[in-house]
Design a protein. Sequence first.
Length: 332
Amino acid sequence: MQSRYYTIHEHPQGLPSRELFALEQQELPALAEGEVRVRNTWLSVDPYMRGRMDGVTTYIEPFTLGAPLEGAATGEVMESRDARFSPGDKVRHMAGWRDVAQLPADQVEPLPEFDVPEQAYLGVLGMPGTTAWVGLNVIADMQPGDNVLVSAASGAVGSLAVQLAKAQGGTVVGIAGDQHKLDWLESKGVKAVSYKGKNAAELSAALKDACPEGFDVYYENVGGDCLEAALNNLRVGARIAVCGMIARYNDDAPAAGPGNLAMLLVRRARMQGFIVFDHWQHHADFLKEFGPRVASGEIDYRETVEEGLERLPDAFLALFSGANQGKMLVKL
Ligand SMILES: NC(=O)c1ccc[n+]([C@@H]2O[C@H](COP(=O)([O-])OP(=O)(O)OC[C@H]3O[C@@H](n4cnc5c(N)ncnc54)[C@H](OP(=O)(O)O)[C@@H]3O)[C@@H](O)[C@H]2O)c1
């Protein structure tokens, strides 16, 4: 059995080029006791993967040059030498970026059984959805009536974050790029602000127009000018959940920071970084609460889908130009 997979042979500088990603093939060994073989059907690409390409350990090990890249995937068990799985079972695991995965059964989990398409477990009911919930409820301690600002607000994490924030009853403002993303945000009752063509001062003024009383919570996905503009619009006692700073992931030199971090002091605000896997104990409760709400259509979620293993690097790179709305996925 052959497995086709993507790897990289060098660490990228700045935004990776398409040529960085090499599609290679290997003959899989016979299945060992305790292993399963999975035909992947959906592959996830996520911004954090850029950090794993730098060869440096952060909160997660870097990718190994020449080895298959990793990432979340769903698929169907082809063959199993573990009593917990049988051929035909639908599963989720981290051996993505390839068409056929072979791995220990204890690294594979069965898909939950809500009435949703299986790729929802890579997005709204998977790691990105859980991240939105943890960031707002555990890190930012969101309260009823809070005014909430979300950046990258129409993405995988942001699009659930704005809907959870909206249900609390306060004003919710979402920052996004293109017009169709702003339209979707407005359709959810979210005040939409574009960052495109604006410097930090102009973005700050646009946020003030959208919510003159200021924000109790800032859900940070972008960094840079978005953070600078958000800091100018905090209420006293504001909390900032630092989920990600995608505007910085391709920097090859230290960037000038927001020059107004002192606003944290002036507004007695709290800013806290978090990694969703430190809070994974909430995932089961999150699924129990949101599985039925996603299945009923109460929670809206968007997907941008590329088809075929060959398009996988293009899907990943699209995250940095904003070409995705909602969860970026590759269908095999
Ligand atoms: N802490 C954790 O455990 C954790 C877990 C998951 C994700 N994250 C972080 O959460 C953030 C969102 O992740 P996601 O998976 O939901 O991705 P996503 O939002 O679905 O996709 C990335 C989006 O970021 C926006 N973007 C890209 N470059 C930008 C720039 N230079 N300036 C402004 N906006 C830019 C684009 O939307 P626009 O069209 O609006 O520009 C793009 O569509 C990322 O920072 C990610 O690293 C953190």
